[in-house]
Write a protein that binds this ligand. Structure first.
Ligand code: HEM
Length: 249
């Protein structure tokens, strides 16, 4: 939570509290095995050179490219934290229940504009969400397409099934495209926070612009995620290069 320093990868131990059990992360974050495998392969080929923070940043870029999204250069040389902050993870990660003003504030607190908020939210063109993260929208909100809501209710009932997954982008869940924004215009945003970006407020026009001009979305997204990867990196003698992403050396 202090920046792009791989603190999120640290496991809890008897005398160390990490961020994995924070409310927004617990039972949600996944794919740690992929990072750990990359790390162990790098450590056997070239020990103590590539940090876990650099692995995460490059893996994010390469995953976006593999699914058809834009490419961008990733400056390297981040070092890994020796600390983590459960309290910051609990308080700084924006909740899916936030309204537009809350989302804008959360991003502004980290130095991002409202325009960058909308561009970065376009990453919800891939990935999956647990029922518990969108149940209230499904059953209580009115700015949701009827057919879309109906299609989700069997895997996300009013009770039970909290961890059942649904795609964030109902139309093309494994393509990094601008369908997320088209979905918002048809009231098919899965999270309350997603639909907030197109609900009669100041960001509606940008959502529409990304629908009609996918190249603008690609360019804006690439710039914004590059900026996110450069948030307060540890360099020089700060931090360390972990040999195992799950624990400090
Ligand atoms: C705008 C504020 C944001 C909110 C409120 C938000 C909220 C969420 C929530 C609640 C989930 C699902 C968690 C679960 O049910 O387990 C999720 C998943 C995801 N989010 Fe966001 N998110 C935001 C911004 C972002 C940004 C900036 C990115 C990346 C640039 C991002 C990338 C993803 C991805 C890829 C997934 C799917 C993960 C998977 O399939 O395991 N989100 N987000």
């Amino acid at each position: 939570m202090q920046g792009c320093d791989a603190s999120v990868l640290l496991d809890d131990t008897a005398n160390f509290t990490g961020e994995k059990t924070a409310g927004p992360n617990a039972n949600s974050l996944r794919g740690f095995d992929v990072i750990n495998t990359i790390k162990s392969q790098l450590e056997s080929l070239c020990p103590k050179v590539v940090s876990c923070a650099d692995i995460l940043t490059v893996a994010a870029r390469d995953s976006i490219v593999a699914l058809g999204g834009p490419t961008y250069t990733v400056p390297l040389g981040r070092r890994d934290s020796t600390t983590a902050s459960l309290s910051a993870a609990n308080s700084n990660i924006p909740a899916p229940t936030l309204n537009l003003s809350g989302l804008i504030t959360a991003f502004s607190n980290k130095g991002f504009t409202a325009k960058e908020l909308v561009a970065l939210s376009g990453s919800h063109t891939i990935g999956q969400v647990r029922c518990t993260s969108f149940r209230a929208r499904l059953y209580n909100e009115t700015n949701i397409s009827d057919s879309f809501a109906t299609s989700l209710k069997s895997s996300c009932p009013t009770r039970g099934g909290d961890n059942n997954l649904s795609p964030l982008d109902v139309t093309s869940p494994t393509s990094f495209d601008n369908a997320y924004f088209r979905n918002l215009v048809s009231q098919k945003g899965l999270l309350h926070s997603d639909q907030q970006l197109f609900s009669g407020g100041s960001t509606d026009s940008q959502v529409k612009a990304y629908v009609s001009n996918p190249a603008t979305f690609r360019a804006d997204f690439a710039n914004a995620i590059k900026k996110m990867g450069n948030l307060s990196p540890l360099t020089g003698t700060k931090g360390q290069i972990r040999t195992d992403c799950r624990k400090v050396n």
